[in-house]
Design a protein around this ligand. Structure first.
Ligand SMILES: [Zn+2]
Length: 503
């Protein structure tokens, strides 16, 4: 007999509905899964068999064929287990299939018949909802994020037996009630407060500008000068996500399986700090089962590369694409998958291996060649994608006025105001302004434009560099609450540009 159930699979960060068709027929006993199933899906054979038996059901001693449709799309993950097990019960007359109409079944089965959570539940339920379901049965741990998809009744379950009794009409799985209250409106952020940063006036200013317009910022300087502290302080300065952005971010984190590290309704912007030993794949995503990398987990937030020159150079170069386009594209045999990855880049690094090159009053004891090779780890194209580069002085050098430093909350207020202006103007941060918008409609008067062009000629700056400086100048004016960009704004922006390597 033939039966079918609805499930879903992940492709990139999107879900797609999958129809699980099961045929139980006379023939050599066995369970075959067809329809471009990945290895985790094929292992469903063992899990489903054991879960059925240990839940008190019979595994038919017949030839069981499971087809995952559409057959042309690759299926990954363990989320089809529940749909496969249920459809087998219907096809072998152990369950009436009428309860399966307009129901999505999502979840991995443990051998004892309990349900285990799956990554990407939000995207999976959203895909099933698009296929016209009224209810989705999901593992209890996935209920909260599944409920983010509106218009579908979410019924959490703990065991296969419960699901079957619900579908048979013997008992009812209670619907999950979404908690309308935000889980963490002002959850404490694990970020240092700027009030604890002594001096560093220029770096603080650059940080404020960078966060306000979501420009890429690098902080360089000797060890112990506070580069990391400053960069980490950015986490508390980023303005909150909009509701639409929050849903998008939660979905990506859900697919990557890191949702529990983040409340699904959080409006906090992601702040990712990968270790420098990270592989290129883990940084930008990919793999046989495509998973979002750190670049996508930082989408709509910030990606901090602490000790950036310690990262593998191929990993650094792989960030060029997402920095330019806001997406990671991954080629696979069956097509190209695009993962969203629009983030603000923060980087810290020492100017040389010993850390003291170019610091007043200190001697660098690195050999020229060693130092040059070290600096070259940040390739030219990568350097060209930084907007602001700030050398930090050692704290004892007397820079910066003494006295109480401004707290992060105050700086965050100015940033939020400038952010609101940018959203009204272009619907996006200044870092995303297209080149023609910079000059035409973003408040650049003839003076400011002439200054930008003149500096470009004097300093031999590339067009890309001028566009980047123009966006930074726009942000400087926004922080000051001015519509028009002044020549001073342009000069300040250009002063922060990455300089050619000193030799
Ligand atoms: Zn040195």
């Amino acid at each position: 007999m033939l039966a079918n159930a609805l499930s879903a699979s992940i492709m990139g960060v999107d879900g797609m509905p999958v129809r699980v068709e099961v045929d139980v027929a006379f023939g050599l006993p066995g369970l075959t899964i067809v329809g471009l199933a990945g290895s985790a899906v094929l292992e469903a054979r063992e899990r489903v068999r054991a879960a059925l038996r240990n839940s008190g059901f019979e595994v038919p001693s017949r030839r069981i064929t499971v087809n995952l449709a559409p057959a042309g799309l690759p299926k990954e993950g363990t989320g089809h287990d529940l749909a496969i097990a249920t459809a087998i019960l219907v096809a072998s007359n152990q369950l009436d299939g009428s309860g399966l109409a307009r129901t999505a079944l999502i979840g991995e089965l443990a051998l004892d018949g309990s349900l285990r959570p799956v990554p990407g539940a939000m995207a999976l339920v959203a895909a099933a909802a698009g296929a016209g379901i009224a209810q989705a049965i999901v593992p209890a741990e996935n209920a909260a994020e599944s409920a983010m998809v509106g218009g579908v009744t979410i019924r959490p379950a703990a065991r296969l037996g419960q699901v079957v009794r619900h579908l048979a009409g013997v008992e009812t799985l209670r619907a999950h009630r979404a908690n309308p209250q935000r889980a963490d409106p002002d959850a404490p952020i694990d970020a240092p407060d700027l009030v604890s940063v002594i001096g560093q006036r220029v770096a603080r200013r650059a940080l404020e500008i960078a966060v306000a317009g979501r420009h890429n910022l690098a902080l360089t300087g000797p060890p112990g000068v506070g580069k990391t502290l400053l960069a980490r302080a950015a986490a508390a300065l980023l303005p909150p996500l909009t509701e639409v952005e929050a849903a998008e971010v939660s979905r990506i984190h859900s697919v990557a399986g890191v949702a529990d590290a983040r409340a699904t309704t959080s409006l906090r912007r992601p702040f990712r700090v990968p270790h420098h030993t990270i592989s290129t794949q883990a940084l930008v995503g990919g793999g046989p089962r495509i998973r979002p990398g750190e670049a996508s987990l930082a989408h709509r937030g910030a990606l901090l590369l602490d000790e950036a020159l310690q990262f593998r150079s191929d990993a650094l170069d792989a960030l060029r694409g997402p920095i330019d386009a806001g997406i990671v594209t991954i080629a696979r045999v069956d097509g190209v998958v695009a993962l969203p990855a629009r983030f603000m880049l923060l980087a810290t690094y020492n100017p040389c291996p010993c850390g003291w090159f170019g610091i007043t009053g200190r001697d660098c004891n690195c050999e020229d060649g060693v130092r040059r090779r070290y600096q070259a780890r940040l390739s030219g194209p990568m350097r060209d994608r930084l907007d602001l580069v700030v050398p930090l002085e050692s704290a004892t050098s007397g820079h910066g006025a003494p006295g109480a430093a401004e707290a992060s909350a105050r700086v965050a207020e100015r940033i939020a105001a400038a952010d609101a202006v940018q959203r009204r103007r272009a619907g996006a941060p200044n870092a995303e302004l297209s080149p023609d918008r910079i000059s035409r409609s973003a408040g650049f008067g003839p003076d400011a434009l002439a200054t930008l062009e003149a500096r470009g000629r004097q300093l031999g700056l590339s067009l890309r560099r001028l566009h980047r400086a123009g966006r930074v100048a726009r942000t400087i004016a926004d922080l000051d609450g001015r519509d028009a960009v002044s020549t001073q704004d342009v000069d300040e922006a250009i002063a922060f540009r990455p300089k050619e390597l000193a030799s």
